[in-house]
Design a protein around this ligand. Structure first.
Ligand code: C5P
Length: 235
């Protein structure tokens, strides 16, 4: 598509989960299916953008590459960081839908970790991964270049005493991005499903510009949610 609200713009989308290796046969992973991220990439392409999809581990196949949609596969958070760093330089919009592992095993065992005769259980020490979203926002501020619109995603379960919207509002401010997409997640909610329920929150300065104060609520297919996010980012 060469027409549409995002014609002439470059959009980078991250999707799926990262996989953090523990030894040659084991890893730490998460339940991200990649469906929301792929839906975002397809919606952005349909809106006329030049799209680069950076995809981690997904339950679904990556979309077929087209003239305005390229796909890059990564596995670890460190690989994702390197890929985003490069791609974001020339991007107008970054949609950070990937479920990035917050921690990775501190030491990679070059040989498979074995059971020992004494019955001892191994202890796995974890180490923080970079916050790619926050780092990209920071780098943009320092270098005065990078995506004009950075969109973060937050999967929150909430609990009896905390409102997920409140958590999302705090996360939006902490990360410094323009938009934050909240979805309420649970074991049988959102992950791997074709439907979702999201709230699109805008940073204060963006809200003022758009003249709106309410978070936009969308319940429906992940494709419908993606369309709403892409439309908001284009605005
Ligand atoms: O802090 P939290 O993990 O809830 O933030 C979610 C958002 O931050 C998502 O957009 C996710 O892609 C991004 N993220 C990241 N690097 C991490 C963790 C999360 O870019 N290490």
């Amino acid at each position: 598509a060469t027409s549409g609200p995002l014609a002439g713009h470059t959009v980078v989308v991250t999707a799926g989960g990262t996989r953090e290796p523990l030894d040659p046969v084991r890893y730490l992973g998460n339940r991200s299916s990649g469906k929301q991220g792929v839906a975002l990439a397809l919606e952005a392409a349909a809106a006329g953008a030049q799209v680069h999809l950076i995809a981690g581990v997904m339950d679904i196949q990556a979309p077929v590459e087209q003239s305005n949609l390229s796909v890059e596969r990564i596995e670890t958070a460190d690989q994702l960081q390197a890929a985003v760093l490069t791609a974001a330089e020339d991007a107008d919009v970054l949609l950070m839908a990937a479920a990035v592992a917050d921690f990775k095993p501190a030491d990679y065992a070059a040989a498979k970790i074995k059971k020992t005769d004494d019955g001892a259980s191994p202890v796995i020490t974890l180490q923080r991964n970079p916050d790619i979203l926050a780092d990209t926002v920071q780098r943009r501020a320092q270098q005065h270049r990078g995506p004009k619109v950075i969109v973060g995603f937050a999967a929150e379960t909430g609990d009896a005493s905390t409102d997920p919207l409140e958590l999302a509002q705090q996360k939006l401010a902490r990360k410094g991005c323009e938009l934050l997409v909240l979805n309420k997640v649970g074991e049988n909610l959102v992950f791997g499903q074709d439907t979702t329920e999201i709230y699109i929150l805008a940073a204060d300065h963006v809200q003022q510009k758009l003249g709106e104060t309410q978070a936009e609520h969308v319940a429906g297919s992940k494709q419908e949610a993606a369309a709403a996010v892409v439309a908001r980012a284009a605005q």
